[in-house]
Write a protein that binds this ligand. Structure first.
Ligand SMILES: Nc1nc2c(ncn2[C@@H]2O[C@H](COP(=O)(O)OP(=O)(O)OP(=O)(O)O)[C@@H](O)[C@H]2O)c(=O)[nH]1
Ligand SMILES: [Mg+2]
Length: 445
């Protein structure tokens, strides 16, 4: 998906009229209709790809014949030389799509529980059944799968406790342990429990209503750091240099996230550049080079040992300005000799940016590994001073049982969650959407 498509989806979520229209339709019919349409779409795409392949095979055959004819004829044509024909041939031969790109394309799975759940989540956000894409369905399926571990430890118990009867104060008390166990943090847990208790004092809450109320509260907490600036979807601003720094401790997924962001930016039509400012780890530049190539984005690096990261950023800003780049993505080190050095280095990088490009839109995104739970919150607090953090990316949601940490980050570090990563593939990163996150977190299996 591209930024434009995300934007449309976000607008869709505000479209009250279509929500009402869609909710009047039986949700299973809606899902069936969407599935049939996506299946047809996938078939048509396959046929089109085959036709294109056949056509380019035919074209290359005719060029080969032409070369053979030319070789057999004694008249050498001055402007159709063997060399120019071969270059021609090379240019016209079908360029096979890199295997990984083919592998990374979303494929429509079965019409199963995961599909109907994903369709329901999209419908509830006001999406029309004719507007949804295989990519969206695929991502929601993976997000739900990714949060399965958290759900196992948390939601199954929760739903059992909620049962079918109206909520009791005892159930709310039990919820406290569950939320803390899912790493939601003390502040978020207290907020949720206070709200539920107040609500229970006012009225009787049935199990379904109770669950809806809980989901709304979770969304509210996740969205709370966003309220002040009103920017829901973080995208590069047009006609400006945007500089996004990826910071965080070692191994959390900074470089991978940067690679995925470069791909999203390229697909969305932004010109980007990557600065390899992790000069500490020897293999870091090579790892970035692979990601840069996958998204056809240029890389600025200095491969001499112990190069100064701030100098790399200096060069990269110069290059970005001269090429009119929209987005400069800066990879930073996760580990240095001492933690203090790391913070000092980040401060130095920020200083260079402020000096060279005071008008740039700067985002310092803290990358957090979801499986580190509450440790992530402590990292956020430590980084927020040196790097003046503006947002968070939560990675490795696949296979973590601590997805609740998103709540702690939003309520305690008061940082908006901008993207979530759930896999190692180039498309396994999406702008954060609290509604989808909460639905996936509390999905019934
Ligand atoms: N399963 C999964 N693995 C991920 C995800 N994001 C990153 N990884 C993996 O985590 C490992 C570390 O990722 P990097 O991107 O190198 O992490 P880093 O923060 O740049 O690490 P340093 O540069 O050493 O500080 C790699 O094996 C990645 O493939 C994710 O969302 N899900
Ligand atoms: Mg790295």
């Amino acid at each position: 998906m591209t930024y434009d498509e995300f934007q449309r989806k976000n607008l869709g979520s505000l479209d009250k009229e279509s929500i009402d229209q869609e909710s009047n339709k039986d949700s299973l019919d809606w899902a069936k209709e969407a599935y049939e349409r996506l299946k047809q779409q996938q078939e048509q795409k396959k046929i089109k790809q085959l036709q294109e392949l056949e056509k380019s095979e035919l074209d290359s055959k005719s060029i080969t014949n032409q070369i053979n004819q030319n070789q057999n004829s004694n008249e050498a044509k001055p402007n159709l030389s063997q060399e120019s024909l071969e270059t021609n041939l090379e240019n016209q031969l079908p360029k096979p799509e890199p295997i990984e790109v083919v592998k990374e394309q979303a494929v429509l799975g079965d019409f199963d529980n995961t599909f109907t759940w994903s369709a329901e989540v999209l419908a509830a956000q006001g999406k029309n059944s004719i507007d949804i894409s295989i990519e969206e369905i695929d991502w929601l399926g993976r997000l739900r799968q990714g949060l399965e571990q958290t759900r196992k430890d948390f939601v199954t118990d929760l739903l059992d406790k909620f049962g079918d009867d109206p909520l009791t104060p005892e159930v709310v008390d039990d919820l406290e342990t569950l939320l803390l166990r899912a790493d939601a943090g003390v502040q978020a847990t207290d907020k949720i429990l206070d709200a539920l208790r107040n609500k229970l004092n006012e009225e009787v809450l049935g199990a379904e209503e109770g669950l809806r109320f809980l989901k709304d509260k979770l969304c509210e907490i996740l969205d709370s750091p966003n309220k002040s600036d009103q920017v829901k979807l973080l995208a590069p601003k047009k006609n400006k240099l945007n500089i996004w720094l990826l910071v965080g401790v070692n191994g959390v997924g900074k470089t991978t996230t940067l690679g995925k962001l470069a791909s999203l930016a390229s697909r969305s039509g932004y010109s980007s550049l990557i600065a390899a400012a992790d000069t500490f780890r020897a293999a870091a530049v090579e790892q970035l080079r692979v990601w840069a190539k996958r998204s056809s984005v240029q890389l600025i690096a200095n491969e001499t040992s112990n190069a100064d990261p701030a100098a790399v950023v200096f060069d990269a800003i110069g290059a970005a300005k001269s090429k009119n780049i929209d987005l400069l993505l800066v990879d930073t080190a996760g580990r240095l000799q001492t933690k203090n050095n790391l913070m000092e280095e980040l401060k130095k990088i920020k200083k260079i940016i402020n000096k060279l490009s005071p008008d740039a839109e700067v985002e310092s995104l803290l990358v957090l590994d979801a499986s580190q739970g509450q440790n992530g919150l402590r990292q956020a607090m430590a980084f927020s001073q040196a790097a003046e953090l503006t947002g968070v990316v939560i990675t490795k949601l696949d296979g973590s049982s601590r997805g609740g940490v998103a709540l702690a980050v939003a309520s305690e570090a008061k940082l908006p969650i901008r993207f979530v990563g759930a896999g190692e593939g180039i498309r396994d990163l999406r702008p954060f959407n609290s509604f989808e996150f909460v639905e996936a977190l509390l999905a019934k299996n």
